[in-house]
Design a protein around this ligand. Structure first.
Ligand code: 26A
Length: 346
């Protein structure tokens, strides 16, 4: 069956460069964070273009996951939706996706440039500053086009980047409703702490459609804080329980919340409403020697690609998580959100 996985997100070109801590300080950036650009950061894009060692890499969190999932799956397994401009940056994204065999069905904006992300690397950390530009103009009617809706109907699995919550919660809800009505699994990644923090209402609106939540420990803490949860912000299993138990549209599937935690074990919590009980599991990561790490840009996206590819392959939950850990370890040995060629297999 072709194109079993449909992904939705913000297509961005990463302008990746190494900087020092003073550079981050100057722009009031944290070493490990992802934010939307503000006025005060705009100069960064001009400055990075003149920095030695600059790399232009295909990015956009869900697009990275889509490429990674296609890397693992048989040909013609993954389609990605998002919005780009008519420019060389969009050409570069298409080229990278083509290398992986990822099918892209972009909504093209005539007069708005393709989005970009300054990926500012300090050691193993990455600070991501995004100007969404065309990516911010994705509209749900793109999915309604008959040829695109056919792809949606044909798919069995959906993967949504939480970052897209800043763009079109309507589009996410549209896919969510379809997934719930047809009992297909939908995965949402929280993507960054600012999503549960500043886009709380939109996140709460789409969560009832979500079967699998993927997030990391800082996104978990941010969720706990913005939702006033009475749990310790470091108690990730406790936070996962709260999310797993939220109302769900598709009662035929239980919700599972997966929290990655750097090199600490990944924690998963599944809620069973019929028994009003939780199952909590921990999974060891594939830890790499630090000398093998090129950079961690895209590590979380790679984890998600291994996991969703596992779902598509019909692997067990624990094998899918393990494939996620494998994919993350593979990707952090590459520069940027990429995978090695010739291909490696799990
Ligand atoms: C809305 N924002 C801020 C974003 C992003 C984003 N992708 C979508 N929307 N900010 C950073 N990224 C992407 O995250 C990847 C690493 O996980 C970067 O493009 C980078 O490739």
């Amino acid at each position: 069956m072709a194109y079993e996985l449909v992904c939705l997100g913000n297509p961005l070109l990463d302008l990746q460069v190494e900087v020092d801590e003073d550079y981050l300080k100057k722009y009031e950036l944290k070493a490990n964070d992802a934010i939307l650009v503000e006025e005060k950061h705009l100069k960064i894009y001009e400055e990075v273009l003149n920095k030695p060692g600059l790399r232009l890499l295909a990015g956009g969190a869900a697009q990275n996951t889509a490429r990674g999932a296609q890397y693992i799956l048989p040909e013609n397994s993954v389609v990605y939706f998002g919005s780009v401009g008519k420019d060389t940056y969009a050409d570069k994204l298409r080229e990278a996706n083509k290398q992986y065999g990822l099918r892209t069905e972009y909504q093209v904006q005539e007069n708005i440039p393709t989005g970009k992300c300054a990926a500012l690397i300090t050691g193993v950390h990455r600070s991501l500053v995004t100007d969404l530009a065309a990516a911010n103009h994705f509209t749900p009617d793109h999915l309604d086009k008959p040829e695109n809706w056919k792809l949606v109907e044909n798919a069995k699995f959906f993967y949504i980047g939480g970052f897209h919550i800043t763009v079109s919660p309507d589009a996410i809800e549209k896919l969510g409703k379809h997934a719930a009505e047809t009992n297909k699994a939908l995965t949402l990644n929280f993507s960054a702490p600012f999503i549960p923090q500043f886009f709380k209402d939109a996140l709460d609106r789409v969560l009832p459609y979500v079967d699998y939540v993927i997030a990391n420990e800082s996104e978990a803490a941010s969720y706990a804080e913005s939702h006033g949860l009475k749990v310790d912000p470091t108690d990730i299993a406790g936070i996962a329980k709260e999310i797993a138990k939220l109302p769900k549209v598709n009662s035929q599937r239980k919700r599972t919340v997966i929290f990655t935690h750097g090199v600490e074990p990944t924690v998963s919590v599944t809620y069973d409403p019929s028994a009003d009980s939780f199952s909590v599991e921990e999974f060891k990561v594939h830890e790499l020697e630090s000398s093998k790490i090129a950079d961690t840009n895209g590590a979380g996206d790679a984890f998600a690609s291994g996991f969703v590819a596992g779902l598509v392959q019909g692997k067990s939950f624990s094998q899918s998580i393990d494939q996620g850990h494998w994919a993350a370890a593979l990707s952090i040995q590459e520069i940027g959100p990429a995978f090695p060629f010739p291909k490696k297999t799990y």
